[in-house]
Design a binder for this molecule. Sequence first.
Ligand code: NAD
Length: 318
Amino acid sequence: MNTKRKVVLVGAGFVGMSFAYSLLNQGGVDELVLIDVNKDKTIGEEMDLSHGLPYAPHKMDIKAGDYDECKDANIVVITAGLSQKPGQSRLELAVANAKIMKEITQNVMNNGFKGIFIVASNPVDLMTYVVAEVSGMPKSRVIGSGTVLDTARLRYLIAEYLQVSSKNVHAYILGEHGDSSLVPWEHCYVGCKKMIEIMKDNNHPMEDLKKIHDEVWKAAYEIIEKKKATYYGIGMALNRLVKAILNDENAILTVSTYQNNEYGQEGMYIGVPAILNKDGVKEILELKLNDEEQQKFNHSCEIMKENIEKEIKPILAE
Ligand code: NAD
């Protein structure tokens, strides 16, 4: 493996380039290679990003490239594919993007990739499954961005609601990166105090918790309606995942990871809190869910399983 910290990005669109721009600004990666079916775009992006280097905190080799660059890469980040149109759900992208994921994964693996995959393309839980199946990599080395963005939105909204720093909000969104996600509020802390206690002690109506979660899952629809795409938040979230891996952090992040009965579910990728380090997902954190939360989580998983059977497996079999 390369001694340099090398990331290959497949998909130089809004999400990919927001991630790349955040890497440039925060540093921590030595080499960034951009791949896209639109080769001209990658060359333009290489030039544009590189012109920011004199003002960046660290040197970073940025280049437009091809799949042979995956051979010695630490991480391949996939942000290629179709994105939601206004009013469209993520699940509606499944078939078209699964074909794209399959092609990209084959290209990456045919070039001897031995690192870790991070997938952000939607519907992310299903696309991560596709990459895992096609690559044949250990499941722990194929990671989806899962509910990392949803969790960031939740933390931001709680912080605004209580007027505290979002860095002191420890709250997690579980389940599908999509409309069936859930918040286990019993496990939500602000500083070291339970969110539920804070609500009670300050006479805040408990219904506000539901309103906060509704705002989270509706956020993508609202942003897409207003500006056609969402990309800065996920760009930062992908950067956070890359750092957790490259710095061997053992950081707890709500990634889409393979279920081995941890929450009573198996056979699919879905968002749960997990410990991330240089080897990928080291361990899933098992939270005790109440009956209602478990039902919601099961519902999220059922949606994934149904889609895997109906939409994904036929594409994998082609
Ligand atoms: P975009 O259209 O701006 O970019 C997609 C890029 O993929 C384009 O540059 C396109 O040329 C490229 N591409 C398409 N097929 C390809 C292939 N076979 N090989 C290589 N490149 C290919 O879209 P975007 O806004 O950047 O969104 C990208 C994906 O990220 C979408 O699926 C979107 O829904 C998803 N997304 C995920 C999250 C999340 O939280 N996981 C958040 C926002 C968007």
